[in-house]
Every structure is written in C-alpha cells, then in structure tokens.
Design a protein around this ligand. Structure first.
Ligand code: ZN
Length: 141
C-alpha cells in the first residue's frame, strides 16, 4: 500500500514507440543514467551526430510489438522496429539487467535530460556543448 497520491505514480510512467506505431513500450521509475554517446558506432547506427538514451533496469521496461536486433559490437545489441527501422533500445551483454531506451522514441522526448557525454573524442566539431555535464573522452569505466 502506498499513501502517495496517484499523480506521483503516474509521473514515473513514460511511454514511447517507433515511428510507425508497431512497437510500443512503457518505462517506469527513474533512469540509472542518461548518456549522450558521440562514438562512431552510434553515429553510424543512428545516422546522426550522436546517440541519446536513458538506461533503466530491464524489469522497468515493457515492450509490445515486433523488435528486430543487430549486434553492432561484441558487447552491444541494438534493437529496432522490424517494420519501420526506428531505433528503440540497446542492451549490453556485460550489463544484462539493464536496457537503454532512445530519448527520441519517447512520446515526450524531453522526459529525461542527459547526465553525461561519452566518447567526446569522436564528437563532431560543429556541435558545441553548452551544458555543464561531465564529458568523458571515451567510455567511462
Ligand atoms: Zn515501426
């Protein structure tokens, strides 16, 4: 039983999905971290200058729909809508109890602000970071 008002519970629930709507998901609770990755693999995989995602415990994420996947490095699985190709999730073999959700696929993409930048060594020159977030040259240990 909880004495918290219903609105507090609702605020910890976020929904998202792919471009075509074939895949939908719900995430609950607070992210473990929210990272923006500037590495070349993320640039290639997203077709963009960087990749932004929020990491959650795996049991906090519920997925419906047909999700395809590709292994982009030894440790990392990228999961996307099998129909429209929208990138939705990443998972690491080395962190099997967590799943990362792409910020852009959230129904409210401003729901989670980044907590740090990683792989700054590969950041495109035209992107000027005006925030005060930690910047890691590569993947932090
Ligand atoms: Zn889709």
């Amino acid at each position: 039983m909880s004495d918290r008002p219903a609105s507090a519970t609702i605020s910890l629930r976020h929904t998202g999905g792919c471009l075509c709507g074939a895949v939908r998901y719900v995430v609950t609770g607070h992210p473990i971290n929210v990272r923006v990755c500037h590495c070349r693999r993320c640039q290639k995989a997203t077709g963009s200058a960087f990749f932004a995602r929020a990491l959650f415990p795996k049991d906090a994420v519920t997925i419906e729909g047909n999700v395809a996947e590709v292994r982009s490095s030894a440790d990392l699985l990228r999961r996307f809508c099998a129909q429209c190709g929208s990138q939705l999730f990443t998972e690491r073999d080395s962190n099997p109890h967590a799943v990362a959700v792409t910020l852009g696929s959230l129904d409210e993409p401003d729901s989670f602000a980044p907590t740090e930048h990683i792989w700054i060594s590969r950041k495109v020159a035209w992107l000027i970071l005006a925030d005060d977030l930690p910047q890691h040259p590569e993947m932090p240990t």
